[in-house]
Design a protein around this ligand. Structure first.
Ligand code: KG4
Length: 364
């Protein structure tokens, strides 16, 4: 069975083709990132992101089918409703119609698409494109929760004897910690009450004059020093719950550097302290969950989980309690994870009912 997976929830347009026989095989993975576009704003600008998805989704789609060697000249009958589905994106409609007139239905059995959480106008680009394809190719449409996909992409490489597990989703839009009893069985233990963890990196990096996305920049700077003259708070580190709060950290950095021109060395030291403050809180909350739930493993996912220092500290923690730490190969947004989630935890949707939900929860 082959599945075409689509991801447009934030600022990456991703399309991948996966094959699921005895194991999951990646046939292609195409991605167009908008980092350069959003750099100027120090964060994601939703209407620009939507415009870029609309422009990029078709070339990314073609490249993905081509890489998977699934393009076959021919003709596909075009359903009239296609015009309605893609009426807001005239260029995309034109490209898709031209494609359908020139290529027969590829050997794809299902389409998977992210329906949330994420930026609603961006989600709709992927969803409407997926709908138009599913209609014209006459195949089922599977809706995927972006958070679940960040968790389940771990199972590309792991067997399933890992439960109960503690799963951390740490990205630019989400900071959540789950107790996972099995695939599809998640209990949210806590989440951020304000800024997401990646947002904290991005915003503090901006205060330091570092480019977007801030996480990798802060990490790079932090690596250059071994200690810091700055001291930041560790918000909610000792709270008796699993929630996080990162906006205070951003404010603390603001006041610490206000009216100062930091030297390069000071920027490095501030980066070091920001990274440590964030990691200390994540590690402490994870340890609390280990002590309470006695899990067999920890899963991490989302862009921030690619942070090497965080991985090192979580690794130490996993060793201390003799449990497994699973670091996925695909941490930042991509369509592979959408395909994996659709295969492992499929939610086949009524074609008319499928829609974007920017605040979608894991148990919705
Ligand atoms: O999962 P992702 O690609 O997109 C979503 O937000 O959905 O995550 C992007 C976030 C950005 O905030 C970026 O600054 C952060 O992940 N990030 C990092 C690192 N690499 C990416 N944060 C800390 N350290 C990193 N190495």
């Amino acid at each position: 069975m082959k599945i075409l997976a689509i991801e447009t929830s934030c600022d990456d347009t991703g399309i991948a083709v996966l094959e699921n026989n005895k194991e999951i095989k990646i046939l292609s993975d195409s991605l167009s990132s908008q980092n350069n576009i959003h750099k100027e704003y120090g964060g994601i600008h939703p209407s620009l992101a939507k415009r870029e998805h609309t422009k990029n989704i078709f070339p990314v789609f073609l490249s993905s089918l081509k890489k998977a060697k699934l393009l076959k000249k021919g003709k596909t009958q075009i359903f009239k409703e296609t015009d309605k589905i893609l009426e807001r994106y005239p260029e995309l409609l034109k490209d898709l119609k031209e494609f359908l007139e020139n290529y027969e239905k590829p050997n794809i059995d299902q389409i998977a698409v992210t329906v949330g959480p994420g930026l609603e106008p961006c989600l709709w680009v992927g969803i409407n494109f997926a709908k138009a394809l599913a209609l014209n190719w006459n195949i089922p449409l599977i809706s995927v929760n972006h958070i679940e996909a960040h968790i389940l992409v771990n199972f590309l490489e792991n067997d399933k004897n890992v439960f109960p597990a503690i799963s951390l989703v740490l990205s630019g839009g989400n900071t959540k910690i789950f107790l996972m009893q099995n695939i599809g069985m998640y209990k949210e233990l806590g989440a951020t009450r304000d800024d997401a963890i990646g947002e904290c990196f991005d915003k503090t990096a901006r205060l330091l004059g570092l480019p977007y996305p801030g996480g990798p920049e802060i990490a790079k700077r932090a690596e250059k020093v071994k200690k810091s003259r700055f001291k930041l708070p560790r918000p909610m580190i000792n709270s008796n719950d699993y929630d996080f709060s990162f906006s205070g950290l951003k404010t603390a950095v603001f006041y610490e550097i206000k009216d100062k021109k930091l030297s390069e060395e000071e920027i490095n030291e501030m980066s070091f302290e920001i990274q440590n403050a964030v990691i200390d809180v994540v590690v402490k909350k994870t340890e609390k969950a280990i002590l309470e739930f006695n899990p067999k493993s920890i899963f991490i996912g989302g862009g921030v989980s690619s942070n090497k220092k965080l991985q090192k500290e979580l690794n130490k923690l996993a060793k201390k309690y003799n449990i497994g730490l699973h670091i996925p190969k695909y941490t930042t947004d991509n369509a592979i994870m959408i395909g994996v989630a659709a295969i492992l935890s499929p939610k086949i949707e009524n074609y008319d009912k499928i829609g974007a939900n920017s605040n979608l929860n894991l148990n919705d």
